[in-house]
Design a protein. Structure first.
Length: 146
């Protein structure tokens, strides 16, 4: 994978972990006004997840890189995103647009992290859909989702 430069989130934590991954997935936007995107099509998504915290776990990690990859790549790679419950429906917060995909990844990662003793937080999710289009999702300061 090529080295990417991502927008840097501001946060008060001492440690910051970034996990890059690529996944291939198809989707469609079930709305007439989506134009060509209303038809099933696929992307090779580039995803970067930024996790930060002040305490390391007993292994010296904020979180294990492979666990984060399994959580996202293991779930969505080589699937039709619309087939997943979190992306089924026609309400704006369930349509698998790049924005919703980024927020959903954030929610999934943050839900996993909240049960860890060292309490790291997901501070940013970057999702590149095409070479020229990407979305960054960051929770509002002081607000934890998931």
């Amino acid at each position: 994978m090529l080295t990417q430069i991502y927008p840097q989130p501001s946060h008060p934590y001492s440690f910051e972990l970034n996990k890059d991954m690529q996944m291939s997935a198809a989707h469609f936007i079930p709305r007439e006004d989506a134009g060509a995107c209303s038809r099933v099509h696929g992307h090779t998504y580039t995803i970067n997840i930024t996790i930060a915290g002040d305490e390391l776990n007993a292994s010296g990690f904020l979180v294990n890189f492979s666990t984060i990859k399994k959580l996202i790549h293991g779930e969505y790679d080589h699937t039709l995103l619309n087939d997943h419950q979190e992306f089924s429906g026609e309400s704006a917060d369930r349509i698998p647009s790049t924005e919703v995909v980024a927020k959903t990844i954030y929610d999934k990662v943050e839900a996993y992290l909240k049960d860890l003793n060292n309490r790291p937080h997901c501070v940013q999710v970057f999702v590149r859909e095409t070479p020229t289009s990407y979305v960054v999702y960051r929770p509002k300061p002081g607000v934890q989702h998931g």
